[in-house]
Design a protein around this ligand. Structure first.
Ligand code: FES
Ligand code: FES
Length: 159
Protein backbone atom coordinates (compact mmCIF):
# COMPACT_ATOMS: atom_id res chain seq x y z
CA UNK A 1 0.00 0.00 0.00
CA UNK A 2 1.22 3.51 -0.88
CA UNK A 3 0.77 6.43 1.50
CA UNK A 4 0.93 10.14 0.82
CA UNK A 5 3.06 11.84 3.47
CA UNK A 6 3.67 15.54 4.08
CA UNK A 7 7.20 16.19 5.27
CA UNK A 8 8.81 19.37 6.52
CA UNK A 9 12.56 19.15 6.00
CA UNK A 10 14.90 22.04 6.83
CA UNK A 11 11.89 24.36 6.78
CA UNK A 12 10.69 23.25 3.35
CA UNK A 13 7.46 21.35 2.68
CA UNK A 14 7.47 18.18 0.61
CA UNK A 15 4.77 15.70 -0.36
CA UNK A 16 5.90 12.13 -1.07
CA UNK A 17 4.18 8.86 -1.89
CA UNK A 18 5.88 5.97 -0.13
CA UNK A 19 5.27 2.33 0.73
CA UNK A 20 4.39 1.68 4.36
CA UNK A 21 7.78 0.13 5.11
CA UNK A 22 9.97 2.84 3.59
CA UNK A 23 12.54 4.25 5.98
CA UNK A 24 13.12 7.98 6.31
CA UNK A 25 16.80 7.76 5.30
CA UNK A 26 15.76 6.33 1.93
CA UNK A 27 13.05 8.94 1.41
CA UNK A 28 15.47 11.75 2.21
CA UNK A 29 18.25 10.43 0.01
CA UNK A 30 16.41 8.81 -2.89
CA UNK A 31 13.23 10.85 -3.22
CA UNK A 32 14.25 14.30 -1.92
CA UNK A 33 17.89 14.02 -3.06
CA UNK A 34 19.11 15.15 0.35
CA UNK A 35 22.12 12.88 0.23
CA UNK A 36 24.03 14.57 3.05
CA UNK A 37 22.45 12.07 5.44
CA UNK A 38 24.50 8.90 5.07
CA UNK A 39 23.36 5.31 5.22
CA UNK A 40 25.98 3.10 6.82
CA UNK A 41 24.76 -0.02 8.56
CA UNK A 42 21.05 0.44 7.86
CA UNK A 43 20.18 -1.31 11.13
CA UNK A 44 20.55 1.36 13.81
CA UNK A 45 24.11 0.67 14.89
CA UNK A 46 26.41 3.30 13.35
CA UNK A 47 24.61 6.64 13.63
CA UNK A 48 25.59 7.96 10.19
CA UNK A 49 21.91 8.40 9.33
CA UNK A 50 21.13 10.55 12.39
CA UNK A 51 18.74 13.41 11.72
CA UNK A 52 16.78 15.66 14.08
CA UNK A 53 13.08 14.98 14.43
CA UNK A 54 11.38 17.73 16.40
CA UNK A 55 14.86 18.57 17.72
CA UNK A 56 15.74 15.06 18.89
CA UNK A 57 18.38 12.86 17.26
CA UNK A 58 16.87 9.85 15.52
CA UNK A 59 18.35 7.04 13.41
CA UNK A 60 16.53 7.64 10.15
CA UNK A 61 17.35 4.10 8.94
CA UNK A 62 14.99 2.77 11.62
CA UNK A 63 12.28 5.40 11.29
CA UNK A 64 9.31 4.85 9.00
CA UNK A 65 8.64 7.79 6.70
CA UNK A 66 4.89 7.53 7.31
CA UNK A 67 5.55 8.26 11.01
CA UNK A 68 7.27 11.56 10.13
CA UNK A 69 4.03 13.19 8.97
CA UNK A 70 3.72 16.60 10.62
CA UNK A 71 7.12 16.51 12.31
CA UNK A 72 9.99 18.97 11.86
CA UNK A 73 12.94 17.23 10.25
CA UNK A 74 16.43 18.68 10.15
CA UNK A 75 19.24 17.17 8.12
CA UNK A 76 22.85 18.22 7.63
CA UNK A 77 21.73 20.32 4.65
CA UNK A 78 19.84 22.52 7.11
CA UNK A 79 22.82 23.10 9.41
CA UNK A 80 25.12 25.18 7.28
CA UNK A 81 26.61 25.40 3.82
CA UNK A 82 30.14 25.89 2.48
CA UNK A 83 29.75 29.68 2.50
CA UNK A 84 28.08 29.84 5.87
CA UNK A 85 29.32 27.08 8.14
CA UNK A 86 27.62 26.33 11.44
CA UNK A 87 30.02 26.93 14.40
CA UNK A 88 30.24 23.15 14.88
CA UNK A 89 31.37 22.74 11.27
CA UNK A 90 33.80 25.64 11.64
CA UNK A 91 35.40 24.08 14.72
CA UNK A 92 35.51 20.58 13.22
CA UNK A 93 37.29 22.11 10.23
CA UNK A 94 39.73 24.19 12.31
CA UNK A 95 40.61 21.26 14.57
CA UNK A 96 40.66 18.72 11.72
CA UNK A 97 38.24 16.62 13.72
CA UNK A 98 37.13 14.46 10.80
CA UNK A 99 39.08 12.35 8.37
CA UNK A 100 36.97 10.53 5.76
CA UNK A 101 33.93 12.49 6.96
CA UNK A 102 31.36 9.72 6.48
CA UNK A 103 30.28 9.84 10.12
CA UNK A 104 30.15 13.65 10.10
CA UNK A 105 26.52 14.37 9.16
CA UNK A 106 25.25 12.12 11.94
CA UNK A 107 27.73 13.45 14.48
CA UNK A 108 26.83 17.06 13.69
CA UNK A 109 23.16 16.30 14.24
CA UNK A 110 23.80 14.59 17.59
CA UNK A 111 26.12 17.41 18.66
CA UNK A 112 23.61 20.08 17.67
CA UNK A 113 20.86 18.36 19.67
CA UNK A 114 23.19 18.24 22.68
CA UNK A 115 24.29 21.88 22.49
CA UNK A 116 20.71 23.06 21.93
CA UNK A 117 19.73 21.70 25.32
CA UNK A 118 23.07 21.96 27.13
CA UNK A 119 25.42 24.75 26.02
CA UNK A 120 28.22 23.71 28.40
CA UNK A 121 28.39 19.90 28.37
CA UNK A 122 30.99 17.89 30.25
CA UNK A 123 33.20 15.36 28.45
CA UNK A 124 30.96 12.61 29.80
CA UNK A 125 27.82 14.31 28.53
CA UNK A 126 29.40 14.70 25.08
CA UNK A 127 30.40 11.03 25.07
CA UNK A 128 26.90 10.01 26.10
CA UNK A 129 25.34 12.19 23.38
CA UNK A 130 27.63 10.58 20.78
CA UNK A 131 27.23 7.05 22.09
CA UNK A 132 25.22 6.09 19.00
CA UNK A 133 27.64 7.66 16.50
CA UNK A 134 30.59 5.54 15.43
CA UNK A 135 33.67 7.02 13.80
CA UNK A 136 36.06 4.47 12.38
CA UNK A 137 38.80 7.01 11.59
CA UNK A 138 39.44 9.48 14.37
CA UNK A 139 39.21 7.81 17.76
CA UNK A 140 36.68 10.52 18.72
CA UNK A 141 39.23 12.66 20.65
CA UNK A 142 39.24 15.61 18.23
CA UNK A 143 35.50 15.29 17.73
CA UNK A 144 35.00 15.87 21.44
CA UNK A 145 37.54 18.74 21.34
CA UNK A 146 35.61 20.40 18.49
CA UNK A 147 32.30 20.13 20.34
CA UNK A 148 33.92 21.59 23.47
CA UNK A 149 35.38 24.44 21.40
CA UNK A 150 31.92 25.17 20.00
CA UNK A 151 30.42 25.13 23.48
CA UNK A 152 33.14 27.51 24.68
CA UNK A 153 32.30 29.89 21.85
CA UNK A 154 28.63 29.72 22.76
CA UNK A 155 29.55 30.58 26.35
CA UNK A 156 31.64 33.53 25.14
CA UNK A 157 34.83 31.89 26.40
CA UNK A 158 38.03 31.80 24.39
CA UNK A 159 38.48 28.59 22.42
S1 FES B 1 22.65 3.72 8.91
FE1 FES B 1 21.30 4.18 10.51
S2 FES B 1 22.36 3.67 12.32
FE2 FES B 1 23.68 3.00 10.69
S1 FES C 1 35.93 10.54 9.96
FE1 FES C 1 35.82 8.62 8.93
S2 FES C 1 34.25 7.54 9.97
FE2 FES C 1 34.51 9.37 11.09
Amino acid sequence: MIYEVNLKVNGQDYKVEVPADEKLVDTLRDRLELTGTKKGCGVGECGTCTILLDGKPVSSCLYLTVRAEGKEIMTIEGLGDPDNLHPLQENFKDLQALQCGFCGPGIFMSAKALLDKNSDPSDLEIKEALAGNLCRCTGHVKIIDAIKATAAEMQGRVK
